[in-house]
Design a protein around this ligand. Structure first.
Ligand code: GLU
Length: 174
């Protein structure tokens, strides 16, 4: 770190899986949640002023998450919110709102912002939205007020009432 530089902004980055982390299994011809590509994505970014601690909780398609999984993610995020300057959760989009509402129901104003993000198209696809969403989450976590949010597709939406609009293929707030 540069001498006399201001204190870095400390982010806990919790990964749980979802499409953003899917890679192509060429032996079986399917996209799977087997290895995490988050490290590869982070290595491509200039992240001056931010210190990231990775918390690898699970690597699941969010449709396969159990109630206990959502609870574990929510509890971990709130726990990390007590120690860090901000929390980002990488999550499958199908049940991202379930986790977001679970966090909000436990604590509507956590000590620091908690930002959920993900992707509709895997990082491995040229048309992926994953890098955009990760960068938006990284910026939002440094700027947002305390609260629980989804950062995706050029929007920052605060819980409660955030949901995936499956027709529009993005997140909206009721
Ligand atoms: N069903 C997947 C999930 O929720 C795909 C949705 C996504 O991540 O965009 O993990």
């Amino acid at each position: 770190m540069v001498k006399d530089s201001p204190k870095p902004f400390r982010v806990a980055l919790i990964s749980t899986g979802g499409t953003i982390e899917k890679t192509y299994d060429e032996l079986h011809g399917v996209l799977t949640n087997e290895v995490s590509v988050l490290e590869v994505m982070l290595a491509r970014l200039e992240l001056g002023g931010v210190l990231i601690e990775r918390v690898t909780l699970m690597n699941k398609d969010s449709l396969e998450m159990t109630e206990a999984d959502h609870r574990l993610i929510a509890e971990t995020a709130l726990h990390k919110a007590r120690e860090f300057d901000g929390v980002i959760i990488v999550h499958g989009t199908d049940t991202m709102a379930v986790t977001g509402e679970a966090i909000y129901a436990t604590q509507s104003k956590p000590r620091v912002p908690i930002i959920l993000t993900g992707a509709m198209r895997p990082y491995e696809l040229r048309t992926s939205d994953s890098m955009q969403n990760l960068v938006e989450a990284l910026l939002a976590v440094q700027l947002a007020e305390r609260g629980v949010y989804v950062a995706m597709h050029n929007r920052l939406l605060a819980f409660p009432g955030v949901r995936k609009d499956t027709e529009m293929g993005t997140f909206v707030k009721d």
